[in-house]
Write a protein that binds this ligand. Structure first.
Ligand SMILES: NC(=O)c1ccc[n+]([C@@H]2O[C@H](COP(=O)([O-])OP(=O)(O)OC[C@H]3O[C@@H](n4cnc5c(N)ncnc54)[C@H](OP(=O)(O)O)[C@@H]3O)[C@@H](O)[C@H]2O)c1
Length: 689
């Protein structure tokens, strides 16, 4: 039986020995700790020389991945000197270590898809984990390196790979000769401040990269608050380290050292085993050998979920805005002052707030898909009301949205949605999507889907229209705001289901173009176009109103057919509560809001618990699906996208929220009453004709 030994400068309490089979050969594998005693380690080396097939040297502080060459060489040299005295091949495991770091990250990114996309990473030692940092920089700009804080006691983090490289080549070298660390770390207030900033940085991060060497020193002050819900990337996560991280609420541990034996062993031991199995002498393990071994032995990186089940949390941001100046009174200070000042005060606040930079209104947590994926995000608000946004040029709003996108990216969001009027102004998200550094979606595909989903549900519950499977519905529908982003795709979808569809808009040429394109897709539907809907209102069974009239009078409800189902998609609503009250025989619903899966928590957005606007729900669905791409932008929405987001929504547990109107949720009794009044009114109309 061949002997392979790892001589470690670490504690002898962690020693082990076991027999194993590798590449068809039997091995006795041993780890021998020298408790930090170099003399003892040297004696062990001599003792095992010629007796072991290969020897690994463990618990050695590895030279930094970057930095002045002479510094790296100096440390390398000491190790080489030690190994050169003996004849058995000796390795520190650095070849495997280098390959496995990079392989681990690329494998995980490939296997889980977008795993590291815009993730916020904190590196305790960027210089030591340089290879990881370099690969990670391909997926995210959100890199924080604590080297100056931990190495030199300087309360400053490095925030880019380029700055880390500069620090390693220049500042780090100079600082080696200045007793700053001893000075600043012994100055108690600075030390406390450094510990505090380090804890804060950890709290902000999604992933923390912890070098193997010094693992416990780095993490000794960290609790559930810093590590809870985090992903830790480290090397050789022994059981005791896994337990340590589990107790502090860590969600995922990515161990870059592959586990190919029955227990976790250090890279130096693995590499020694490779040398012994391949019968290689010192320095004869090449990257090709490693490639061959990694692929033939299926040396996938180890991903440990301390809680027992896989965890993946994606992140999104969504931009909202006050719907009217009355909304601004939700701020207590504004409300208090507005109560004893003339109305002009609120007008002035509305104007000033429109110029404010975006700010975070609420954090959203607790959204969990039945697939197991979770997402969390931020509601970022811009100050402009619809009135203010329309009063300025679109560029005014674009500038604030791009500011919000930068903020979202910094916070780690992987996609950003545009709420209500932020995508109505200008070109409906096209410019913002082009200029922003993170993918943008307007959410309009799901808004259209939600509106029609709710309309279909309301029609079914009213039971006044006969729906036969596989046949066009014999009823008339109308879309107001037909040439808009949501309106036009609603027209396309209604044209697939109903016999007659009427398109209402203000621009004749746009209406004709829309009619033409729908007829190309569905030549059998009867289409009508008009700029004056009044005379047709009395014939419509279903109306969708999706204008950006911002509260202007859009349709005369008194002319509507009894029993008609009106879906009001617009925000602010196209139909006021006063208008709705005029027709108790008409069912006016507030489009289709979506009930989110899991136990979502966020500040109120004026909807019941767990319920979100469909456009926000689209952003959430895309985050859950890991589809970090520009999904819906512009005014020409493909109906296939509406269908796709609807299906993805179902996959991730989205439900149509209870149908509601201006007075809240409609119960079955409420709907039965509207139907009774509608039938009564129709009877009366029949008699008077
Ligand atoms: N419920 C939700 O979850 C949700 C989600 C997103 C958006 N929304 C709301 O849905 C509405 C439509 O959004 P969108 O993105 O489709 O907007 P859009 O692309 O700008 O379309 C708006 C449409 O409204 C028409 N319009 C504007 N002012 C009008 C007026 N005074 N009278 C009649 N028609 C008028 C426009 O006609 P022209 O072409 O002639 O200008 C256009 O066809 C907005 O109110 C938005 O806030 C709701």
């Amino acid at each position: 039986m061949k002997q392979v030994v790892s001589i470690s400068l670490g504690s002898s309490a962690d020693d082990y020995g076991f027999e194993t089979e590798f590449l068809g050969q039997d091995f006795m594998v041993r780890r021998l700790g020298s408790d930090g005693d170099l003399e003892k380690a040297a004696k062990l080396l001599l003792r095992w020389d010629k007796e072991a097939e290969a020897i690994g040297l463990g618990h050695i502080k590895f030279p930094n991945g970057i930095g002045p060459r002479y510094l790296r060489k100096k440390q390398d040299h000491k190790l080489r000197e030690l190994g050169a005295q003996i004849q058995t091949p000796v390795t520190t495991g650095s070849a495997l270590r280098d390959v496995s770091f990079e392989w681990a990250l690329r494998f995980i990114e490939y296997k889980f898809g977008n795993y590291f996309n815009n993730v916020r990473c904190l590196f305790f030692s960027g210089m030591n984990s340089y290879r990881i940092a370099k690969v990670m920089s391909e997926f995210t700009d959100n890199l924080t390196f604590a080297d100056p804080v931990l190495e030199n006691g300087i309360p400053k983090f490095i925030n880019s790979l380029k700055d880390l490289e500069t620090y390693a080549q220049t500042a780090h070298e100079v600082l080696q000769w200045i007793p700053s660390k001893t000075l600043t770390n012994s100055a108690v207030p600075i030390k406390i401040w450094n510990e505090y900033t380090l804890r804060k940085a950890a709290q902000k991060a999604d992933m923390i990269i912890v070098p193997f060497y010094g693992f416990h020193d780095y993490l000794k002050n960290f609790t559930l608050e810093e590590l809870g819900g985090k992903t830790i990337i480290t090397a050789t996560a022994y059981d005791e380290r896994v337990t340590f991280l589990k107790e502090r609420g860590v969600d995922v541990i990515i161990d870059t050292t592959p586990k190919i034996l029955e227990r976790v062993v250090a890279p130096n031991l693995l590499e020694a085993l490779f040398l012994a199995a391949l019968g290689r002498k010192k320095d004869q393990l090449h990257s090709d050998d490693l490639l061959e071994l990694i692929s033939s032995q299926k040396m996938d990186p180890r991903v440990v979920y301390p809680s027992g089940s896989p965890k993946k949390i994606n992140r999104f941001a969504f931009v909202i805005h006050p719907l009217s100046k009355e909304f601004l009174k939700k701020d207590k200070a504004v409300d208090r002052i507005a109560n004893f000042t003339p109305p002009a005060f609120l007008d002035a606040v509305e104007k000033v707030i429109a110029y404010a930079p975006p700010w975070v209104y609420s954090r959203i947590t607790g959204i969990k898909s039945p697939t197991g994926v979770e997402t969390e995000g931020w509601l970022i608000t811009v100050g402009g009301t619809p009135k203010q946004m329309l009063a300025h040029s679109p560029e005014f709003t674009y500038a604030r949205l791009l500011q919000a996108a930068r903020m979202a990216k910094r916070m780690g969001a992987q996609i950003m949605g545009l709420g209500a009027f932020t995508k109505v102004v200008g070109d409906a998200g096209v410019t913002v999507a082009k200029k922003a550094d993170i993918p943008i979606t307007t959410g309009n595909s799901y808004s259209a889907s939600g509106a029609l989903w709710a309309a279909a549900d309301a029609v079914r519950r009213m039971g006044l229209i006969k729906v036969e499977k596989g046949k066009r519905i014999k009823a008339k529908t109308m879309v107001l705001g037909a040439t808009g982003a949501i309106g036009s795709v609603c027209c396309r979808l209604l044209a697939k289901a109903f016999e007659e569809v009427y398109l209402v808009g203000r621009n004749t040429a746009k209406l004709l173009a829309l009619q033409e394109s729908i007829l190309l897709e569905d030549p059998d539907v009867k289409l009508g176009v008009t700029t004056r809907p009044d005379k047709l209102l009395s014939e419509m069974d279903v109306i969708v109103t999706a204008t950006s009239g911002a509260g202007k009078k859009i349709l005369d409800i008194t002319r509507v057919k009894p029993g008609c189902v009106i879906t009001d998609v617009a925000r602010p609503l196209d139909l006021s509560p006063e208008d709705v009250a005029k027709r108790p025989d008409v069912l006016v619903i507030e489009s289709g809001e979506i009930e989110l899966p899991g136990l979502p928590e966020m500040k109120s957005i004026g909807l019941p618990d767990k319920v979100a606007y469909a456009c926000l729900a689209e952003t959430i669905v895309l985050a859950l699906e890991g589809r970090f791409e520009v999904f819906t932008i512009g005014r020409d929405i493909e109906w296939e996208k509406v269908r796709e987001i609807y299906k993805l929504g179902l996959k991730h547990g989205m439900k149509l929220a209870a149908i509601s109107g201006v007075n809240g949720v409609f119960s079955d009794e409420d709907i039965a009453e509207v139907k009774r009044l509608a039938l009564e009114a129709r009877q009366k109309q029949k008699q008077s004709n």
